[in-house]
Design a protein around this ligand. Structure first.
Ligand code: SF4
Ligand code: SF4
Length: 313
């Protein structure tokens, strides 16, 4: 269905947990964040019913996010349930990759079509420094296993952190010479308590540092580039420097069962306890009330009280 701005809403992101096995410095403090009590977190059956209602409202693509979605027990069966919803054309999942060595093949078998894997550095010491408790080795093994399980055209998400990983832009771009991956550079957004880690770096820095990159169009919210003869592509995601709200097609459901029509707005609609047409009506209302745009550039801060680990980006 369309919102009040005429945008067709067809993409749902579902956060299944606010928990994560990493503590990335730009996402959460060392001690972690206050977690939702188990009773506050929706069961997979509740989340599946909310997703099915969203599909009846026009959603065709679903992405499972977290926190880290793979730390929640039963995630593979949940993905299978989502894929069986009549009308779901594409099921995707975003992960830090650490649990893919065990879960990539089962996720593929459950019907997950695509994976996005977060990778902010290619240097082992820096990986440990950024994530506080992860190893580059496990992330790379996750990527390898995902490929072996049949996930094609993997997307690797790299958050641009000025003064932290900007000296690796060229190395990340070079990966696309031989690998059929899409390396996506994402501008860091001012969300949560840790936004002072690394400086904001506009995504245009990437083609400035790699002048061989040629623009080849766009895909969703990403502007795409390619190296001459490159097997993969480079995507720039620019929520800050070039907001893409005008083409936004997404809504979100949080692990505690609230519909968030916009990532950066505090507006939320409780879905828990609703069923049938009441559930659908609530989702339709949320879509109609979706804000036209964010005000990050003007105000410099997000309006949502939630941190990124609760919404899944
Ligand atoms: S950025 Fe992702 S991997 Fe890192 S702590 Fe946050 S949710 Fe976990
Ligand atoms: S800020 Fe809101 S409207 Fe803009 S792209 Fe993000 S979710 Fe869509």
């Amino acid at each position: 269905m369309q919102d009040q701005c005429g945008r067709t809403i067809s993409y749902l992101r579902i956060s299944v947990t606010d928990r994560c096995n990493y503590r990335c410095r730009y996402c959460m403090p060392a001690e972690g964040v206050e977690k939702h009590a188990h009773s506050e977190v929706c069961s997979f059956e509740e989340l599946r019913n909310m997703a099915a209602a969203a599909v009846r409202c026009g959603v065709k693509k679903i992405r499972v996010t977290g926190g880290e979605p793979l730390v929640r027990r039963g995630i593979v069966d949940f993905c299978r349930l989502l894929k069986r919803i009549d009308g779901v054309e594409e099921l995707c999942l975003t992960t830090n990759g650490s649990l893919l060595p065990e879960l990539a093949a089962p996720l593929k078998a459950a019907g997950v079509d695509r994976l996005n894997i977060s990778l902010d550095t290619l240097r082992p010491e820096r990986f440990a420094e950024i994530t506080r408790c992860g190893t580059l080795d496990e992330a790379l093994r996750g990527i390898e296993t995902a490929e072996a399980a049949g996930f094609e055209q993997l997307k690797l998400n790299c958050v641009l952190l000025g003064g932290v990983n900007e000296d690796e832009i060229v190395d990340f771009v070079a990966l696309t010479r031989e690998k059929p991956w899409q390396v996506r550079f994402i501008e860091r957004m001012p969300m949560g308590v840790c936004t002072t880690y690394g400086a904001y770096l506009p995504a245009r820095t990437v083609p400035e540092r790699c002048p061989a990159l040629e623009p080849i169009g766009s895909e969703g919210v990403a502007s795409l580039y390619r190296l001459p003869e490159g097997k993969g592509t480079v995507g720039l995601i620019t929520p800050m420097s070039h907001e893409f709200c005008g083409e936004c097609s997404r809504i979100r459901i949080t692990a505690d069962g609230r519909l968030k029509p916009c990532l950066h707005s505090d507006a939320e609609l409780p879905l828990r306890g609703l069923s049938g047409t009441a559930l659908e009506d609530a989702i339709r209302r949320g879509i109609l009330e979706k804000p036209a745009q964010h005000h990050l550039c003007a105000e410099g801060v997000t309006e949502t009280h939630r941190a990124m680990n609760e919404i899944g980006g």
